[in-house]
Design a protein around this ligand. Sequence first.
Ligand SMILES: Nc1ncnc2c1ncn2[C@@H]1O[C@H](COP(=O)(O)OP(=O)(O)OP(=O)(O)O)[C@@H](O)[C@H]1O
Ligand SMILES: [Mg+2]
Length: 266
Amino acid sequence: MAQDVVVSVQHVWKEYIHYHHILTSLKEVVLHLPRLARRLRESRFLALKDVSFEVYRGEVFGIMGHNGAGKSTLLALIAGVMKPTAGTVTVRGRIAPLLELGTGFQYDLTGRENIFLNGILLGMTRRQIQKKLDDIIAFAELEPFIDEPVRIYSSGMLARLGFAIAIHTDPDILLIDEVLAVGDEAFQKKCLKKLDALRKEGVTMIFVSHNRQQMEQICDRILHLKNGQVQRIERIRQSHGAEPTATTATTTDHEEHTHHPTRNAH
Ligand SMILES: Nc1ncnc2c1ncn2[C@@H]1O[C@H](COP(=O)(O)OP(=O)(O)OP(=O)(O)O)[C@@H](O)[C@H]1O
Ligand SMILES: [Mg+2]
């Protein structure tokens, strides 16, 4: 993998098996075995079909597409929370996945406790989290609620907390799925400003959004997904990552994980 490539997705296929079909047809095992076998075949669904692309260090990369196009699936594969059915996903660096809303939160724990929980899940030590705790709470603007259980938080408040945690973990690669869409306008503005600062520091970002205008504003390139296939990759602007900056030159700790093809993954 070339030195400046931080995410490489090569000929990735993702097949889901829809278990509910199988469960509802369990009765048929006794009665109609051939029909069940046919149902099993029918219940496989290809969410990604031969998807290939590379993301460069320091780039802001967008993924757009209609509902069900496979965007969240693609992010989950990059985050390493799922394995591709075929093909390889190679990631170089520390990833902070900010996947769909609410994932990673324990609803009975307080906001503060969830910061520790998520920080640790994202690879921080307790001490590192302690040092950033005030900044995280302040960024999320949740001071009055931080010792309340997050089950009383609104979806916008949860999104703010998740976002604040992720950007304070010093990631090399930040994955953001639709999160900006949830916060209110003032918070969105603040996030965009913060993301711009992170991009200037050389953090690579991969975004999923339906908001074309926002995507054009922040992304260097946008991948358009349709029914699990890459339609095209559109260049919006030259990325910061293209120039050798101080940040890229001093990055030494490369950590790679590759998901190899497996027919058993779902
Ligand atoms: N865990 C799963 N099991 C079975 N099918 C799934 C699973 N997750 C996603 N799918 C299916 O895969 C397809 C792609 O889903 P995905 O969530 O990646 O789409 P998306 O582009 O993120 O959509 P949205 O814009 O609605 O968030 C959908 O048809 C969905 O039903
Ligand atoms: Mg999605």
